[in-house]
Design a protein around this ligand. Structure first.
Ligand code: MYA
Ligand code: JJ1
Length: 388
């Protein structure tokens, strides 16, 4: 059934719910000298390469590979179109490892045909803090699918992560593998109904006309929360405190210090936006929201080529009601010409999703841990983690 995943230290379907299995690492670390020192063998036409994301040329090669070969929806209408600036941001957080940005090239032509990445993160799982990698951007060129390249790439990124004395990882996928930590649902808030319908992203349901849809999804022209403004560098300590306190409530969540909050939340045009609420009396930061920009290519449409999508990232409310804060996020996104605002049902999102007219998507996102067992899956609302 899963010839590769059966060999890996991940929770197996047959062990689900077995109360005799302890929570925690599935296999213990070995000494670094026991980690394989040479890269895994690729089929002979291919070679490993480190993708230096500082280089415009290499960043562009990665961008082109992903633009043409990365994740599509179930009906192959849309394909994620991560921008170069986004890839740089996503892959170069504080203390990242250059050689965790792994490419595969055709030896003869040097064409980049596959990619996988890791970045370091400190993750809290219930009461334990574990150094982990987040593995993302696994991609094999469409012409090289089903040749069992993915298992070799996963083993190679694992080896390089082990060499840094890290033995656990977190990852997400749209496909079901052994075995999810959580199963999350995508939700979508229409901002530009006409375009979404024209491109097949959404449909006019029964008794819904275009003019009704436009009215239904209309938003106030400006934000409603007093003291709302773009996040600035001086806000970092306050945001770090708010976020750390908030993420402490979830069963699984990353730990972010000031440097990581600066990296992940300070606004970058067309990559990530964050807004804080500053109290007019105390000058304190009481709330914030953030979203990242991930367009999708619209495949085979005569009038549109790109869907501009915002994805909610980390949000914390202590004074402003969360639904009001998130309505302001929708208003900001609409003003900035996004077509749709996407969210998962993680953290405390579920109540505002319903209130703010998000609709359930046709996609799910499965979250996984590598070499760390939890006896049972957790609910999405117990998850304090968003991967890009
Ligand atoms: S999720 C995004 C994944 N990318 C895409 O969906 C883009 C479009 N698709 C492709 O590029 C290819 O179809 C990919 C598979 C590359 C996905 N995660 O080479 P194959 C298993 C994990 O013949 P291909 C993301 O980036 C599959 O079950 N495993 O297949 C997070 C089968 O194994 P088994 C996957 O289609 C990635 C084997 O691969 C996935 O040519 C996290 C078949 O290999 C998937 N998304 O290529 C990776 N899809 O027989 C794990 C298929 O056992 C990280 N497979 O069922 C683990 C932690 C590592 C670090 C540990 C550190 C300690
Ligand atoms: O975007 C997604 N689905 C959309 C488009 C569906 C097009 C036909 N398949 C969707 N639209 C309906 C919205 C509608 C708005 C008005 C109210 C009712 C709802 O459902 C889906 C998510 O739902 N996206 C994908 O399938 C992309 C892949 C998701 C898995 C990603 C894995 C990446 C992991 C990397 O780490």
């Amino acid at each position: 059934q899963h010839k590769f995943w059966e060999t890996q230290p991940v929770g197996q379907f047959k062990d689900l719910g077995d109360p005799s299995l302890p929570e925690g690492p599935i296999e213990p670390p070995t000494s670094l000298s026991e980690v394989k020192q040479e890269p895994y063998n690729l089929p002979s036409p291919y070679e490993w390469t480190v993708c230096d994301m500082d280089s415009d040329e290499i960043c562009n090669e990665v961008y082109v590979l992903l633009t043409n070969n990365y994740v599509e929806d179930d009906d192959n209408l849309f394909r994620f179109n991560y921008s170069k600036e986004f890839l740089r941001w996503g892959l170069r957080p504080p203390d990242h490892f250059r050689n965790w940005h792994i490419g595969v090239r055709v030896k003869s032509s040097k064409k980049l045909v596959a990619f996988i990445t890791g970045i370091p993160v400190k993750m809290r799982v219930r009461d334990e803090v574990v150094k982990m990698a987040e593995v993302n951007f696994l991609c094999v060129h469409k012409k090289l699918r089903s040749k069992r390249l993915a298992p070799v790439m996963i083993k190679e990124v694992t080896r390089r992560i082990h060499l840094e004395n890290i033995w656990q990882a977190a990852y997400t996928a749209g496909v079901l593998l052994p075995t999810p930590l959580a199963t999350c649902q995508y939700w979508h808030r229409t901002l530009n109904p006409k375009k979404l319908i024209d491109i097949g992203f959404s449909r006019l349901g029964d008794r819904m006309t275009m003019s009704r849809a436009i009215k239904l999804y209309k938003l106030p022209s400006s934000t409603v929360t007093t003291g709302l403004r773009k996040m600035e560098a001086r806000d970092v300590p306050a945001v770090t405190r708010l976020l750390s306190d908030y993420l402490g409530r979830f069963a699984v969540a990353p730990l972010f210090d000031d440097a990581e909050v600066s990296h992940w939340l300070l606004p970058q045009v067309n990559v990530v936006e964050s807004y804080v609420v500053e109290s007019s009396e105390s000058r304190e930061i009481t709330d914030f929201f953030s979203f990242y920009t991930l367009p999708s290519t619209i495949l085979n449409n005569p009038s549109y080529s790109v869907l501009k999508a915002a994805y909610t990232f980390y949000n914390v409310s202590t004074k402003t009601p969360l639904a009001q804060l998130m309505q302001d996020a929708l208003i900001v996104a609409k003003k900035n010409d996004y077509d749709v605002f996407n969210a998962l049902d993680v953290m405390e999102n579920e109540p505002f999703l319903k209130e703010l007219k998000f609709g359930r998507g046709d996609g799910q996102l499965y979250y996984y841990l590598y070499n760390y067992r939890l006896r049972d899956a957790i609910r999405p609302s117990e998850l304090g983690l968003v991967l890009l």
